[in-house]
Design a protein around this ligand. Structure first.
Ligand code: GLY
Length: 415
């Protein structure tokens, strides 16, 4: 398994920790989490908070797709037909965000950049407008709050929008967080909770005689035993050797290229909220941070493990973003990066116990990893302490893809 680089250090190192509810750091842990992206970190943190001795394996905890992600918490604007069940989980996680962010900040002293700024989804031509009208109808049938605005009303809210904007949807409940800050705070929270970090690749799952996951072997040949193993390796989750085929998570990498620009601070914000659109069939979004960073994303490409930033990807993102907000071409382009979303067959995560005793999954979050971080931590901690999934997570059991499928996560009911 491999993961992108981590570039920042947590605010508190383990040696600085003065307060911890954690069990002793030696001996066989109750839980071993494989993967140190935000999903693995939140799982480890919540499980340690519940009194489970917890370890985590990743060469660079806090890296992964969070290094790339824009951090939109877009349960309403990213709603898709046929994803009503996923919507319920997305909304459950969005509702947790204010307390989750406050708890992490109180604990670590780190600001997550959680901003309740709302989102404006706009249309540039008649086809986009029709698509957005459909989304609005779907949102209304789903009981979600969104307001249709004329082009003029959109520009009144966001004066830098292109004059050609034909209308839009104002969604005041879709917010943002800074995924890099989130990841750093989670590393610090894990350290404070006594999670033991093994900064090395996990190479192979070990399965004991009673057909039970008993730990892993790392890339340097160390055998790590554990009471339970949680596989939370993002797009790499299907690549851990030793996992029996029947429980291997069906996740695949979905490449996303993302740009970062810098907005001038002198004349007020370029944008007040996240602005997004579908331009010629491609999703484009602009996420303005209080720090002055403007994140522009994202491509969605099925190219296997390729994480090359391409001229075409950058060109298309800038072209589409420029159609929305012409002024962006004046801004310094400060970063280009590509990451891999962990796509699953129904775009929904795989959460909880598998058919292999002792092996749980927390993966397959696809476009919603940052949004689903709080609820994933709670669901996995519940599963690890009780052996059961909470009701809200039942549709997301990994068993839905196995021999004994449970309720599917992908509701077929009309929206
Ligand atoms: N949720 C945004 C993305 O995956 O691009």
């Amino acid at each position: 398994m491999s993961s992108p680089a981590r570039t920042a250090s947590p605010a508190h190192t383990a040696s600085e920790v003065t307060e911890s509810s954690a069990p002793a750091a030696s001996g066989t842990p109750d839980v071993l989490v494989v993967g140190g992206g935000v999903i693995g970190l939140v799982t480890a943190w919540r499980s340690a908070q519940r009194g489970l001795a917890t370890a985590l394996v990743d060469p660079e905890p806090g890296g992964g797709a969070a290094r790339v992600a824009a951090g939109m918490l877009a349960a309403v604007t990213e709603l898709h037909h046929g994803e009503q069940t996923l919507l319920a989980l997305n909304l459950a996680s969005a509702r947790r965000y204010p307390d989750f962010a406050a708890e992490l900040t109180d604990l670590t002293g780190q600001d997550l950049g959680y901003r309740r700024c709302g989102t404006l989804a706009v249309a540039l031509d008649a086809d986009d407008r029709a698509g957005l009208r459909e989304l609005h109808a779907l949102q209304q049938r789903s009981g979600l709050e969104s307001e249709w605005l004329s082009g003029r009303e959109c520009r009144r809210l966001e004066p830098m929008l292109a004059p050609g904007v034909r209308g839009g949807l104002r969604v005041d409940g879709d917010h943002q967080v800074d995924p890099r800050r989130l990841a750093r705070a989670l590393v610090a929270a894990c350290e404070r909770a006594g999670v033991v970090f093994h900064r090395v690749w996990a190479e192979r799952l070990t399965v004991g005689r009673g057909e039970r996951a008993t730990g892993i072997v790392t890339a340097d040949g160390t055998a790590l035993e554990a009471g339970r193993v949680v596989l939370a390796g993002g797009s790499l989750s299907g690549r851990l050797a030793g996992v029996p085929d029947a429980v291997l998570p069906p996740v695949r990498p979905v490449k996303g290229q993302v740009l970062r620009l810098t907005m001038p601070s002198a004349h007020g914000p370029l944008l007040n909220r996240t602005v997004r659109a579908v331009v010629r069939g491609n999703h484009v979004y602009l996420v303005p941070r209080e720090s002055g960073e403007l994140v522009v994303g994202a491509t969605s490409e099925e190219l296997g493990w390729d994480t090359t930033v391409t001229a075409g990807g950058v060109y298309e993102l800038l072209r589409d973003a420029h159609e929305l907000v012409p002024g962006i071409t004046e801004l310094p382009l400060t970063e280009t990066r590509a990451g891999l979303r962990p796509g699953s067959p129904d775009n929904a995560p795989l959460l909880g116990p598998t058919e292999l005793e002792g092996l749980l999954l927390a993966t397959g979050h696809h476009r919603n990893g940052i949004l689903l971080t709080p609820v994933t931590g709670d669901v996995l901690a519940h599963a690890l302490t009780t052996g059961e999934l909470p009701d809200e997570a039942l549709p997301f059991t990994p068993r839905r893809f196995g021999a004994a499928p449970a309720r599917p996560a992908h509701s077929e009911q009309p929206a």
